[in-house]
Design a protein around this ligand. Structure first.
Ligand code: PLP
Length: 474
């Protein structure tokens, strides 16, 4: 066996026997070189092998950490698909989002990342300079499909990752939400069946509700992705018209599908001729070494729609997103003309300028580093403060942690209690059509650590303890 294979096996044994526990950093490459008398390249190969086995995760500029997937405390999800003839989630989403907007609350339930993490001065300068140089005709020229310079800049970023996208097929939208909604609308008629993950981003359920569609919710295997066996069953049993899925940084679980799973998923969808609506909004917020490839990369039929935006990684309030829409590009533009008409032109110009000037990648690197660090810190605090049975996700990116408790926990009741105590949270009931995940919570981990945050987590532990009526072992 190769020397790196031997080292990987040895470390795997140590992880499995608990020498290195979930969340802990394994020895640095330099330390391992010294201990095992190996070259840095051999140690790096061993660590990459462990990463491909799903045992460790590389955090930029920090090292390799044991993934929670190696621990018995794994998130579990229902083992069955759930069929809903109608979805009624919008009122709950509205209520929770409205309640979490107050500045006075400790923002554990916030849906967006800490706003202080974004380059507002640069965005402001880009916006000002674009407005000063504005060709008044651009407010007409940049109607759908949107500003050409911006569309070409987006196509170039995909080309860097080996995905060839014709800028003519990219339509600039008002955030990813419009891109996703129009994509679903173009593929379906009221009453059609659409597949989503369970748990899933509530925006997918809202779009299904608005378009009067029916939902098939297929469980996600944590750390891996949608359960392909259950998806194959659903595809065989119902006339599915589209699938809305997340290959990268699944919301709310946070994992990135391994490439093998992405490929198998796309083969299945292509074989059944079912188009994918790909929600890739967190593509830039990964904690590994390389930007993960979108599912579209494995789309041999070329009919999947790839949607993303700058909202999560660069310019939250600008509301600029896009869809790579071939072969539906024209119909989507027509639908857009009937709804929002077009995307805000100054925002498009400013983002095109930011991408042209460079510096965006350096911002992305800093953002990823900070989010990874803050998430580690919150995860460690939760394990310390929640001494009862809790399963906590171990994300590969993003800024959410997903917590699963005993089935008796009522997250909606907990949400109301949390607001009364001065902090917000996202109840698990938001992430499925019939409250299947009501015993779970989503917490925002993007804010800097503070005594207020620690106190709110302590209070949350108390509230959960009271609900579950268990002795607190602190
Ligand atoms: C998974 C997912 N998709 C789409 C969106 C919507 O993105 P945007 O703000 O660009 O409309 C969000 C925002 O919360 C999200 O979490």
């Amino acid at each position: 066996m190769s020397r790196y294979g031997q080292l990987a096996d040895q470390l795997q044994q140590q992880i499995e026997s608990g020498v290195w526990r979930p969340g802990e950093r394994i020895p640095s490459i330099r330390q391992s070189c010294k201990t095992h008398h190996l070259s840095p390249m051999t140690v790096l190969q061993a660590y990459q092998l462990l990463e491909s086995r799903g045992l460790v995760l590389a955090r930029p500029q920090s090292g390799y950490y044991v993934k929670a997937a190696a621990s018995p405390q794994r998130i579990s999800v229902p083992q069955q698909a759930h069929y809903s003839g109608s979805v009624d989630i919008n009122d709950l989403v509205f209520e929770v989002l409205q309640a979490s907007k107050s500045r006075d609350l400790v923002p554990l339930g916030m849906a967006v990342a800490d706003p202080a993490l974004f380059p507002h001065p640069q965005l402001g300068r880009a916006l000002g300079s674009c407005m000063r140089r504005l060709d008044p005709f651009s407010t007409v020229a940049d109607l759908p499909p949107g500003n050409e310079t911006l569309r070409r800049a987006i196509a170039r970023r995909y080309a860097d990752d080996g995905l060839l996208v014709d800028p003519q097929q990219i339509i600039i939208t008002t955030g990813a939400m419009e891109a996703l909604s129009l994509s679903l609308q173009v593929l379906t008629e009221p009453g059609d069946w659409v597949v989503v993950e369970s748990p899933t981003f509530y925006g997918a359920l809202q779009a299904i509700e608005r378009l009067q569609l029916k939902a098939v919710e297929i469980p996600v295997i944590p750390g891996v992705g949608i359960d392909l066996a259950l998806l194959a069953q659903a595809l065989a049993q119902r006339p599915i018209k589209a699938c809305w899925l997340m290959g990268n940084v699944q919301h709310p679980l946070g994992h990135i599908m391994p490439d093998g799973h992405k490929e198998a998923l796309m083969q299945l969808l292509n074989a059944h001729r079912v188009p994918l609506v790909e929600d890739d909004v967190y593509a830039e917020i990964y904690f590994g070494r390389e930007r993960p490839r979108p599912l579209k990369h494995w789309d041999s039929r070329g009919d999947s729609l790839l949607c993303s935006s700058f909202s999560k990684c660069l310019a939250p309030g600008f509301r600029v997103g896009w869809v790579v829409a071939a072969p539906h590009a024209e119909r989507i533009q027509r639908l857009q003309l009937m709804s929002t008409l077009s995307t805000n032109v100054p925002s498009q110009l400013a983002l095109a300028d930011m991408l042209r000037q460079g510096g965006v990648d350096a911002h992305f690197r800093r953002l990823r580093h900070t989010l990874a660090q803050r998430q580690q810190q919150m995860r460690a605090a939760l394990l310390r403060l929640f001494p009862f049975d809790v399963r906590i996700s171990d994300p590969d990116g993003g800024y959410f942690l997903w917590l699963e408790f005993d089935e008796r926990l009522d997250s909606r009741a907990l949400h109301a209690q949390a607001l009364a105590c001065g902090f917000s949270l996202a109840p698990g009931a938001l992430f499925s059509s019939q409250g299947q995940h009501n015993h779970c919570l989503r917490l925002n981990s993007s804010h800097p650590w503070s005594p207020e945050l620690e106190a709110a987590l302590g209070q949350l532990a108390e509230l959960i303890h009271q609900q579950l009526d268990k002795p607190l072992l602190r």
